[in-house]
Design a protein around this ligand. Structure first.
Ligand code: NDP
Ligand code: 8X3
Length: 258
């Protein structure tokens, strides 16, 4: 097992859901975490929380819109200049679904947000993180994919396409990076109750409950636990893909509700 003690981990999407739980879990296991997202007030609160528990060097907060390449470039420059540059682990958790319309009713803005965040955003962060990892002879990138990237479902069209792209990108990265000592993994969860559906349904909190009715959905902590396992394997072990679903979910399309 590889210890996280003293390792530096950058977690995007850390203001909510999986990213938040992953940041807390990593810090609890001794990592120093850089937490990134757009809602900086949430990041500051998380930084204060982790500093109170684990010391002032446990966490750094970094406002960043992953879609904006210059923003990401500047954020990495800031990481470098403040002594947090030797990043060992990146978890690309920033992402979203927007809408659930059939393709013929698709909303262009929603398509753009999903593609720009889930794919371009993940690429931006990964591209700026990799040179340092390669120079240091190792590191790990963990993508948060989805079971939606394995199966299509009604209205999931563009969201599923972004997650299928993440899965294929991870496979391509593995081949490009296998000489470098850098590990790459795709963690693909099923239904998990976070702010994901609130975002998908544009803030409609009632509708956002509907995917989780009659099922014990995954929690963000379940996913953080899986990611912790992925990043604590010995250095010669790469978990290429890890799929995690609620017991009552058989695929992106098959859910047993009570
Ligand atoms: P949440 O909505 O709870 O969290 C999403 C996070 O992404 C937030 O921290 C948000 O922060 C951040 N984010 C969104 N857009 C941007 C952006 N442009 N720049 C920087 N950060 C951004 O959802 P989850 O935690 O559930 O989702 C995390 C990932 O897991 C996503 O990729 C999602 O697709 C995936 N996933 C979710 C599943 C689920 O059922 N919940 C299942 C499978 C995969 P902020 O708004 O502050 O920028
Ligand atoms: C999120 C899971 O099934 O809502 O990626 O698309 S699902």
């Amino acid at each position: 097992m590889t210890s996280l003690q003293g390792k530096i981990a950058l977690v995007t999407g850390a203001s909510s859901g999986f990213g938040l739980a992953i940041a807390r879990t990593f810090a609890a296991h001794g990592a120093r975490v850089i937490v990134a997202a757009r809602r900086e007030e949430r990041l500051q609160a998380l930084r204060d929380e982790l500093a109170a528990r684990y010391g002032s060097e446990a966490c750094a907060a970094l406002g960043m819109d992953v879609r904006d390449r210059n923003d990401v470039r500047n954020a990495f420059a800031q990481i470098e200049s403040t002594g947090w540059g030797a990043i060992d682990i990146v978890v690309n958790s920033a992402g979203l679904a927007a809408g659930l319309e059939a393709i013929q009713d698709g909303v262009f803005d929603n398509w753009d947000r999903m593609i720009e965040t889930n794919l371009n955003g993940l690429l931006n962060v990964t591209r700026f993180a990799l040179p340092g990892m390669i120079e240091r002879g190792g590191g790990q990138i963990v993508q948060i994919g989805s079971v939606a990237g394995r199966d299509a479902y009604p209205g999931g069209n563009v969201y599923s396409a972004t997650k299928a792209a993440v899965a294929m990108l991870t496979r391509g990265m593995r081949i490009d990076l296998m000489k470098s000592g850098v590990r790459v993994s795709n963690v693909a969860p099923g239904l998990a109750e976070t702010e994901f559906s609130v975002v998908r349904f544009g803030g409609d909190t009632e509708r956002a409950k509907s995917p989780y009715v009659g099922i014990d959905a995954l929690t963000a902590d379940d996913v953080a636990d899986a990611v912790l396992w992925v990043v604590t394997r010995p250095a010669h072990v790469n978990i290429d893909e890890l799929v995690i679903m609620p017991t009552a979910q058989g695929s992106a399309n098959h859910v047993h509700r009570r």
